[in-house]
Design a binder for this molecule. Structure first.
Ligand code: ACO
Length: 335
């Protein structure tokens, strides 16, 4: 094996669209505030009945169909998510079952919004170790289920969705040129979901042995974020990661056809683009439509850039992301 080939991509999104006008009716906010501070206009939101695996399955089905390969060919499913349907089993096993990927092993990984890029590094390792030849890598999140819909500081920011990429070990092509990853666990307090895990589990009621939906004390199962600190770190870390990954493969930002940054906030994207001295035509933006879809953002943006003809075979593309943990990463692709 000399490299990794991207065979195809696919997208799965909820049908429900939540606009800034809808949010104006829910919390004290305005279209003007949201647009000026974030650039977001609409986002897709899961229905009560939908969960992360639903979007993952749709995205994976599209990627498989576009590549035209049989489900039996897939020998690993990796889902990057911080909002799985259940604590167990993994979303990856649910995707495997739904699509009949009977020759695959399947597992989830968690690196919050940076998950898809961590997943690319993981796929590289699986292929080079000989553990897998054809891998379905999915970035998927349903943050709406972990959002406090009375908190205007966070509820305007997020959307739900999934993106999938089908990757194959290749002796001829090498689409994945370099990956750079980073983390800083000293910032775990500024972006997290405090309750619902084993530290602050759902409370058992006195009368029933199982959960009641109530969560212990001050640890709700909703996103807590210190926006300004996250903003500063996101710009710094994504710009650094972008540079490190380019250096690893002997490239500079001048060589890029397109930078695909994590889509959390238009102002963060603009600040990173300015640091990297990239003009508007070289930076992909779709946060206006979808908000921050966490691990799904970079792969959905890649899919849109490819399907829309912005990226063509042979173009140099860089994905960069930043999220809870803190985690960050960059991947350079020769599409
Ligand atoms: N509508 C109206 N006013 C609001 C809203 C809202 N939706 N939200 C906050 N405000 C108010 C605040 O209460 C505050 O009012 P005050 O001055 O009276 O106290 C004022 O607006 C300013 O609030 P700030 O939080 O200081 O606003 P800021 O300019 O920092 O913008 C934002 C907030 C958009 C969240 C910004 O900090 C940001 O984008 N941070 C990064 C978020 C991010 O990138 N997250 C990605 C990582 S998370 C992940 O990917 C899972």
């Amino acid at each position: 094996m000399t490299g990794i080939k991207f065979l195809s991509t696919g997208v799965g999104l909820p049908e429900n669209v939540l606009t800034n006008a809808d949010l104006e009716k829910m919390v004290e906010t305005s279209d003007q505030w949201i647009t000026e501070r974030t650039g977001i206009k609409t986002r897709r939101i899961a229905s009560d009945k939908q969960a992360t695996s639903d979007f993952s399955i749709a995205a994976a089905r599209q990627a498989l169909s576009r590549a035209g390969i049989a489900p039996e060919t897939v020998d690993a499913v990796v889902v990057a998510t911080c909002t799985p349907d259940h604590l167990m089993p993994s979303v990856a096993c649910l995707v495997q079952r739904a699509l009949g990927l009977k020759n695959a092993f399947a597992f989830d990984l968690e690196a919050a919004c940076s998950g898809f890029i961590f997943g690319l590094a993981c796929v590289n390792g699986l292929m080079r170790s000989g553990a897998a030849k054809t891998v379905l890598l999915i970035g998927a999140d349903t943050l709406s289920k972990f959002t406090d819909w009375t908190d205007r500081g966070t509820c305007v920011l997020f959307g739900d969705g999934a993106g999938a990429a089908l990757l194959q070990a290749s002796d001829r092509d090498d689409n994945l040129l370099a990956v750079h990853l980073g983390s800083d666990g000293s910032f775990t307090d500024i972006l997290n979901i405090p309750g619902g895990g084993s530290r602050h589990p759902l409370q058992r009621s006195k009368n029933a042995p199982f959960t009641t939906g109530e969560v212990a004390g001050n640890f709700p199962p909703y996103i807590h974020m210190e926006g300004k600190e996250i903003f500063k770190n996101a710009v710094l870390r994504m710009a650094e990661a972008a540079d490190s990954a380019l250096k690893k493969c002997g490239k500079t930002s001048d060589d890029l056809r397109l930078l695909i940054p994590h889509q959390a906030n238009l102002r963060i994207i603009d600040a990173v683009a300015k640091r990297m001295k990239l003009g508007d035509d070289k930076v992909f933006r779709n946060v206006q439509k979808y908000g921050n879809m966490s691990a799904a953002t970079t792969v959905i943006a890649l899919d849109e850039a490819v399907q829309g003809g912005v990226v063509k075979r042979g173009d140099l593309v860089e994905l960069i992301a930043f999220g809870g943990g803190l985690t960050w990463g960059a991947a350079v692709l020769r599409w």
